[in-house]
Design a protein around this ligand. Structure first.
Ligand code: AHR
Length: 502
């Protein structure tokens, strides 16, 4: 008898899962850039960490956001180009680069280093321009430096700095959290700033390049803010046709849950907080639909993931990498699949060593965290068509919860590709296993080839990864049988399955 029944409605398309939904975010914060992506030790000749580059390339990450975060609105890109020995050392207003370090920025890793990293790992760069303390001209100049192929001082400077061809950067964020660290602006104030910046940044793609650039505005988890921002944007002469391609918000969770002290009730609570992502996506899409009636503006979640009390500014926002965190990432990636009709990108925070990083390093080696394994397991969804799934699952009420919230104990999502239907199923119950049954409408499972993998069967939710045990968190084969036209499998507590049906 199954505990949870999943039905995949194979003909009920939601939309294509944009590969960028599996995107990443790197900030000049703690050991993310310095010691993470870039170091003078264990580096190749250009200073990149070969071990990290290899792990990122293996994962085929589609997009990488940089340089912040809060850092973006205190960053002046010209400090980080040209001969490294001539680059100025500056303050980093928000973050020290490591637990032992001062809040200073060497500028050794700048625009060319970042964009060439993206070329190496074949990922689309997403640059966040400084709106809080910068100028429209500085932002427009950055676009010209990166993307222009003509005969100007800035295009020549890029060539002198070693990159003959324009980089063709497509994604440009205008500011970061401008309701907070990016200038403490009201929505109307940010909208007016955004319009000024977008005029100078966005207009460049009309004449100067043969490719489009896409402009990204910052939104907020308080959705009234987003509505007011969009209404003010509409006050320009262009109205809703104003250059604005995506609106973002950030959703972190787990702030009340100390990793090393938490009990299973707190695990449930954190997973419910993670699933609140769904409400945020729907509310932001609702605000866009209500105000920008005649055009598409995509929803981006350009920072998301766990942020536990262990991660403080003093320790470079470092926290342990656990199975529980990875489980929450799986639950959120399922939510993203369900909303592929509005989501154009997401970026988990942050790529290396910081918050819910996928990769951790020490001086000698780099290793994948359980969250990396989840992204790997979910990779077959990228670029496929998400389809509706119904999940009939038991739930558990949160202990001592004022809002009487419940955790659905099993979650799932599905996509249909050229020759494969791919289903991911997560047992969010950290206490007990779940027998699952998966039916696919219109698919004769008796003649299909079914292959399935399972993550974390040998670990509890609180298991923590380190350099020595990282390989223990790789996927193993999952036994799946067919009975009465449905797939049957057992998922141990806190595990994630990926099932391929061809
Ligand atoms: O990712 C850490 C910080 O979280 C970022 O700098 C900021 O945008 C967010 O508040």
């Amino acid at each position: 008898m199954a505990n949870a029944r999943i039905t995949v409605h194979t003909a009920a398309d939601i939309d294509r899962i944009e590969p960028e939904v599996h995107g990443h975010f790197s900030e000049h914060l703690g050991r993310c850039v310095y010691e993470g992506l870039w170091t003078s030790d264990s580096a190749d000749e250009d200073g990149y960490r070969e071990d990290v580059v290899e792990l990122l390339a293996d994962l085929e990450i589609p997009v990488l956001r940089w340089p912040g975060g809060c850092f973006a609105d205190d960053y002046h890109w010209e400090d980080g180009v040209g001969p490294q020995e001539e680059r100025p050392r500056r303050r980093n207003l928000f973050w020290a680069q490591g637990p032992e370090d001062l809040p200073e920025e060497s500028n050794a890793f700048g625009t060319d280093e970042f964009l060439q990293l993206c070329e190496r790992i074949d990922t689309e760069p997403y640059l966040a321009a400084n709106v809080g303390s910068g100028s429209p001209q500085e932002a427009a100049n950055w676009v010209e430096y990166c993307n222009y192929d003509g005969d100007t001082e800035l295009a020549d400077r890029r060539r002198e700095n070693g990159h003959e061809e324009p980089y063709g950067v497509k994604y440009w964020g205008l500011g970061n959290e401008n309701w907070g660290c990016g200038g403490q602006m009201s929505p109307e104030q940010y909208a007016r700033e955004y319009r000024r910046y977008a005029t100078y940044v966005g207009t460049q793609s009309n004449l100067m390049f043969d490719h489009d650039i896409e402009l990204i505005a910052c939104g907020f988890e308080g959705h009234e803010w987003n509505r007011r921002f969009l209404e003010e944007i509409n006050q320009s002469r262009w109205g809703v046709e104003f250059p604005l391609d995506h609106l973002t918000l950030h959703h972190y969770y787990g702030r009340g849950m100390n990793v090393d002290e938490a009990d299973e009730d707190q695990y449930d609570r954190m997973l419910v907080e993670a699933l609140e992502m769904e409400r945020h996506i729907e509310r932001m899409a609702g605000a866009i639909n209500a105000v920008a009636t005649t055009r598409d503006i995509g929803v981006i979640i350009d920072e998301w993931g766990t942020w536990h009390p262990e991660a403080t500014a003093d320790n470079g926002l470092e926290q342990p990498g656990t199975v529980l965190d990875a489980l929450s990432a799986a639950a959120v990636l399922d939510v993203f699949n369900h909303h592929s009709d509005v989501l154009t990108m997401t970026n988990i925070a942050q790529t290396v060593n910081v918050l819910q990083c996928l990769i951790e390093t020490d001086e000698d080696e780099a290793w994948a965290r359980p969250t990396y394994r989840v992204f790997d397991l979910y990779a077959p969804h990228k670029g496929s068509e998400a389809v509706q799934t119904s999940v009939d699952t038991p739930t558990r009420e949160l202990a001592d919860d004022d809002e009487d919230r419940e955790l659905p104990l099993v979650g799932a999502s599905a996509s249909v590709g050229d020759d494969e239907t791919y289903v991911t199923v997560t047992n969010l119950d950290c206490r007990e296993e779940k027998a699952i049954e998966v039916a696919l409408e219109g698919v004769d499972l008796d003649s299909a080839t079914v292959e399935a993998e399972l993550l974390f069967a040998d670990h509890d939710a609180d298991a923590e990864v380190d350099a020595d045990n990282a390989e223990e968190f790789t996927a193993e084969e999952l036994d799946v049988s067919v009975d009465s036209g449905a797939l049957i499998a057992e998922l141990p507590a806190s595990t994630v399955a990926g099932i391929s049906i061809r």
